[in-house]
Design a protein around this ligand. Structure first.
Ligand code: NAP
Ligand code: ZN
Length: 348
């Protein structure tokens, strides 16, 4: 066991503050990583503030981790010291269930999340990436393409894979009309990836001030969703819509924009249930589904895809001392388009 610096929250109403936590010494299958950048996902905020229930305090959030390998266990074959690596939302799974065998570890009933899951190696729960260092089984460590900016790579580990996976699953390719609802961390990655896949991309935003950015990020059209006339123009026309909204909103307004057999996939996770009108689905045989991050092999595929297409997140790099302020800004949809914590600031 060794000690490392971190930022933790002591309760749902406490700010994140400097702390010292224990990590296990790397076992034979482990990789020890010095964390360089960690993205700030809206899920961190939901969890820190106990909005989904089940949060164990103190919590150290962070699951968009990029860093450098400092040590590897004796049985590690995929990584060596100094390699650039990433860790996303998962750090372990049983490896034997149907989902793990299918490469869909995110659905494993014995999944260990990067933070706030029972820790298999130590007492208590796992601690995430708002920290100096982390120790992870090599099966859950990803290789980072060496042509990408590291601060912008960190968000790929959650926002990137969470949007890439459903876009691929629902067959988004050239010629498809694809909507992305909400231009935040996930949304802006969805736009970049859908554009790179060749789709015609329409962004739905509640923030008129984001229009120019949306076009620059790869959108072909932008709709201000509070404008009913603009929405109406797209009725019955979408093959696929990715909904990344973090708060309560009218899902029927988007279901009605789907073409026959169109699908809307929810990746946003608002704490309150959404109301679905039967006729929004019945008419046009439309479907409404969800998606949870992506498997490890698909995460590596996404990172390689981003390397080839030169895709990273648009980030505002912050020192960790500004993380509470960043959370307040997230709640106001005031982020362009992901906060990425420079972990060197933890040494200050
Ligand atoms: P974010 O950066 O805060 O972006 C959310 C965006 O939603 C905002 O930028 C805003 O976009 C829009 N929005 C916010 N409040 C709204 C409201 N009341 N009505 C309509 N639109 C609103 O958050 P994020 O990090 O991208 O995460 C988004 C959601 O996905 C969160 O709930 C998070 O927990 C969830 N998530 C799920 C997974 C998964 O595996 N399924 C993975 C990661 C995150 P505009 O300003 O453009 O309207
Ligand atoms: Zn996340």
């Amino acid at each position: 066991m060794y000690k490392t610096k971190a930022y933790s929250a002591a309760s749902a109403t406490s700010p994140l503050a400097s702390d010292t936590i224990a990590r296990r010494d790397p076992t034979e299958h482990d990789v020890q990583i010095e964390i360089l950048f960690c993205g700030v996902c809206h899920s961190d905020l939901h969890m820190v503030r106990g909005e989904w229930g089940g949060t164990v305090y103190p919590i150290v959030p962070g699951h968009e981790i990029v860093g450098r390998v400092t040590k590897v266990g004796s049985a590690v074959t995929k990584f060596k010291s100094d390699d650039l690596v990433g860790v996303g939302c998962m750090v372990d799974s049983d490896g034997t269930c149907r989902h793990c065998k299918d490469g869909l570890e995110q659905f494993c009933p014995n999944l260990t999340l990067t933070y706030n899951s029972p820790d298999k190696h130590m007492e208590g729960v796992t601690y995430g990436g708002y920290s100096d260092s982390i120790v992870v089984d090599e099966r859950f460590v990803l290789r980072i393409p060496n042509n990408l900016d590291l601060a912008g790579v960190a968000p790929l580990l959650c926002a990137g894979i969470t949007t890439y996976s459903p876009l691929r699953h629902w067959g988004v390719t050239e010629g498809k009309k694809v909507g992305v609802v909400g231009l935040g961390g996930l949304g802006h990655m969805g736009v970049k990836i859908a554009h790179a896949l060749g789709a015609h991309v329409v962004v739905f935003t509640t923030s008129p001030g984001k229009t120019e950015d949306a076009l620059r990020l790869g959108a072909d059209e932008v709709v201000v969703s509070r404008n009913a006339d603009e929405m109406q123009k797209h009725t019955g026309s979408f093959d696929f819509i990715l909904d990344t909204v973090s708060a309560d909103h009218d899902i029927n307004a988007y279901l009605n924009l789907l073409a026959r057999d169109g699908n809307i996939t929810l990746v946003g996770a608002p704490p309150k249930p959404l109301e679905v009108a039967a006729f929004s689905l019945i008419m046009g045989r439309r479907s409404f589904s969800g998606s949870n991050i992506g498997g490890i092999a698909e995460t590596q595929e996404m990172l390689d895809f981003c390397g080839e297409h030169n895709i990273t997140a648009d980030v505002e790099v912050i020192p960790i001392q500004k993380v509470n302020e960043a959370y307040e800004r997230l709640l106001k949809s005031d982020v362009k388009y992901r906060f990425s914590i420079d972990m060197a600031s933890l040494k200050d």
